[in-house]
Design a protein around this ligand. Sequence first.
Ligand code: MIG
Length: 684
Amino acid sequence: MITRYTFGNPVETYAVPQKPEACGKLLPFFERSEDGLTYSMKLNKDEIVYGLGEQIRGINKRGWTYTSFCADNPHHEEGTHSLYGAHNFLVFDREKPFGVFFDHPGEMTFDIGYSDLDTIKITARYPDTDIYIIDGETPYGIVRAFRKLIGQSYIPPLFGFGFQQSRWGYRCKEDVDRVLEAYSAYGLPLDSVCLDIDYMEDYKDFTVNSGRFPDFEDYVASLKKENIHLIPIIDAGVKIEEGYDVYEEGRENGYFCKKQDGSDFVAGVWPGRTHFPDFLNPDVRKWFGEKYYRLTEAGIEGFWNDMNEPAMFYSDEGLEKAKQQIQAVFSKEIDIEGFFALGGLMNSISNSPADYASFYHEFDGIRARHDTVHNLFGYNMTKAAAEAFAAKYPDRRLLLYSRASYIGAHRYGGIWTGDNMSWWSHLLLNIKMMPSLNMCGFLYSGADLGGFGADTSGDLLLRWLQFGIFTPLMRDHSAIGTLLQEPYRFGNIDAFRRTLQLRYRLMGYIYSEFMKAALEDECLFRPLAFDYPEDTFAKRVEDQLMFGESLMLAPVYEQNARGRYVYLPEDMLFVKFISLEEAENERFVEYLEDGTPYIAKPMPAGHHYIDVALDETHLFVRPGKLLPLLRPANTTAELDFTAPEVIAYPHGQKELAYRYYTDDGVTKDYTEASHFKNIVFTVK
Ligand code: MIG
């Protein structure tokens, strides 16, 4: 059961498409302060708290203070409070479990047993809020009810499940061609190459630098013949430049966010001085969304939306203030205090609270100061693109993922998890974050594999790709100035090839499970606790995940590890894909139809140590379940989805069945009955 409680006069966020009538009763569970700004509740000693989507730390969110305020924050570290998303949904696993969603677009903090071990204290910036309480039998039941409430998750085209190669630093056609040549020379599968900001003309949205990409349209078409897609980036800020039509139109029509005095707000971002389109306004969304047509008409079928928290390096006012303070420091002899002040000054003006409180949005007949609705900005940029796609291409899926998000954005696009680092700890963070993202509706998501900032290493990239095989968005992306990070840079090509090929082999399963999760409000990634609620040990496992109906994952995420400890809540089939050389030394080897060796070893429930060398990828098949496998191909377009072979773990059953989903990967008639096929496996 879901009950809505309304306090004050909340802004319509459209997070919940069909809002249940608000009830007048007192909010249960929580004690609400008189000013309506804080909500507190006692936590039981062993109570697990799930949720918050894109956040740092574990699956169980206890023991830290989290802030929902979409932030351009490359420090995905223990001491951080906010990342790029604001996902105010929590589930309390207690005797009578319940979930809560705070539909509040301003800043919120969740002190979950941090200041006081046994208390959760939630603080909202403003008293106006919609609160949904979701009762249910189990935490997973509550998550599913919540997912139903917030509406169906975004479904990308099939090519969006193919591998994507990206780097901030691919500047021109030659750079892209070199990547594609290497992929083809090394026999590595690939569906897409992402274009970062350098493809544009002076970082102007919806332009293509014709010097670097001559005959762009022809180029896109020629790549499409090879089933390769280019995925350009779009930034939130519009460059201020006389004669640039997006700027001119936006200014003339009053489409940009304005300051108190009515002038257009100016923020310094990559293009220099920019204006922010007021994405909360439907007219602005329509206008901006239609600009994407310039690229779709050139053959582009996918985009990533960046800097839409919105991120800003400085405002005119912030810059001016910093300048004065710097001058003040230099006006006398620099002392130690002055020295440190100088260092901090420029950093402190980026993404500053004062700037977020200095511009306004106009929509639905209201005028809202930005900071009060901050978390809706990136969400509505994504919505702008998605609404425009739906208007022009009603039957076609386009690929779209965003950096900033709010619950509701999950209906319009996916997300990538922003600027992580090439650290082993961030591989683990990626693993732990996936189920929380799924709980909040974000199914099409993934991290920058190999890590964005800092230099990666071959072993980190390989281990990360082995987990990335399972994330719907599978993309290798890295920052300018860091070590080149394409999979062919580190030797060991055979291992990288087998890893990427496994993604394509598993595509029938990944796609089926993704579609079922989207259509039936399931989580693709689940904590073990959701599937084994009675198992007190499984409840505490944070580095293994259930993936779809047949699999459990237990990734290796430590450097130089040659395996790991794993807990099996029930008997499972350990499956490990190995090299041909290794196959000669192994006892339990089996072969796929194309001769690919793998180990399939039944293991009893309980604790085990499994051996997994650096070039091996493993997974666990649940009892009575099937894993369909395809012949690998170089692109998703070339995959043959008909008649997959299967790895089965009968576990005493005579007949096993798997609900297999296929479609054309492009159109939107998902519910067509013919898409579902039962794969039946009979034990001989
Ligand atoms: O301030 O476009 O998260 O993926 O490569 C950095 C350059 C801006 C941040 C994105 C990242 C992208 C980068 N962008």
